[in-house]
Design a protein around this ligand. Structure first.
Ligand SMILES: CC(C)(COP(=O)(O)OP(=O)(O)OC[C@H]1O[C@@H](n2cnc3c(N)ncnc32)[C@H](O)[C@@H]1OP(=O)(O)O)[C@@H](O)C(=O)NCCC(=O)NCCS
Length: 281
């Protein structure tokens, strides 16, 4: 598989990046996923020596207040255009499902705008994400400093919210369609923001820590004239705080799909679980 990785990256980039007028290869956006050492987590189907289809798997521990769960995220689901409709992606997804169940994974999750395809395979949609936007008129910056990953991670794990543990590489993820990632810490040191930038748009992926620090972070994010998009968990402190900003509109997301794999997860509702963009593939 490592020998086929460049060919796979080229196919994935054509599908998810270049044909959609985006930039920055997926190999740079998800350095932990699309690398030779991670090939055991990339399932590929071949026909006649060519890659026909692929999926990537990211295993993780989901640390919820009541217990830890073994989760697996599925991403980069792809079939070469000429080979679509022949069952390749469904077979890879079923193979992943069987392997994950056999190794004791509790649940699988993925994020998609094509829920119909996955529903046929038993996945169900449950998303507590909210997507908001507003136009920032520009203005003075509050001078929040650049944050390092360690400082953010320390704040993040202190919260009582269920979360996925991150390492340094997690903070090098660049979600689509951003072209650059900003990580800022408020002057009081108690709050952080992670947002992406692309042309005249900013995409806030996380606003966390103490709400007392949000105003300065928001001021920095809005210092340039741009459209600011925000992702937040429904009912989170960040969502409540941002709702107080005049002109801020929200709508519900329906991207997260779940598949329970082990008994305890079958009995659990995934309703309140929110996986931030930086953790997604
Ligand atoms: C989505 C995709 C992976 C499906 O791959 P595939 O190998 O053609 O899938 P399969 O052959 O296993 O299944 C095809 C079936 O799913 C159905 N299907 C495909 N996309 C669908 C959708 N969005 N909603 C409902 N059904 C869908 C097809 O109609 C077909 O149904 P049929 O078997 O009754 O004829 C492929 O179309 C693709 O690579 N698309 C571009 C990349 C992409 O969008 N990936 C998903 C990212 S979340």
């Amino acid at each position: 598989m490592p020998a086929e990785l460049p060919a796979l990256i080229a196919l994935l980039d054509e599908e998810f990046i270049f044909s959609r007028a985006r930039s920055v290869s997926l190999a740079l956006r998800f350095p932990d996923v699309l690398r030779g050492e991670n090939c055991a987590n990339i399932l590929v189907a071949c026909r006649g020596g060519d890659i026909a289809a692929a999926i990537a798997i990211k295993r993780f521990d989901w640390i919820a207040p009541e217990r830890s769960w073994r989760g697996a995220m599925i991403g980069m689901v792809y079939t070469r255009p000429a080979m679509r409709g022949q069952g390749f992606a469904s077979r890879l997804l079923r193979a992943a499902q069987t392997a994950l169940r056999a190794e004791g994974t509790d649940f699988a999750v993925l994020f998609t705008a094509q829920s119909g395809f996955y529903r046929r395979l038993g996945w169900t949609t449950s998303d507590c994400g909210m997507f908001g936007s507003c136009i920032s008129p520009g203005g003075a910056a509050a001078g929040c400093s650049q944050a390092d990953a360690g400082a953010i991670e320390a704040m993040r794990v202190r919260s009582s919210e269920a979360h996925l543990q991150r390492d340094g590489a997690s903070y090098r993820t660049l979600p689509l369609p951003a072209e650059r990632l900003e990580m800022r810490i408020s002057p009081c040191g108690a709050a952080y923001a992670i947002y992406g930038l692309r042309a005249e748009n900013a995409y806030v992926y996380e606003l966390g820590g103490a709400p007392s620090g949000y105003a300065a972070l928001w001021q920095d994010c809005c210092a340039a004239r741009r459209t600011v998009y925000v992702n937040a968990r429904r009912g989170s402190e960040a969502q409540r705080w941002l709702s107080g900003i005049p002109g801020f509109g929200w709508h519900e997301q329906a991207l997260a799909m779940w598949l329970p794999l082990a008994e305890p997860a079958c009995a659990r509702s995934f309703e309140g679980w929110y996986i931030p963009f930086l953790d997604r593939i």
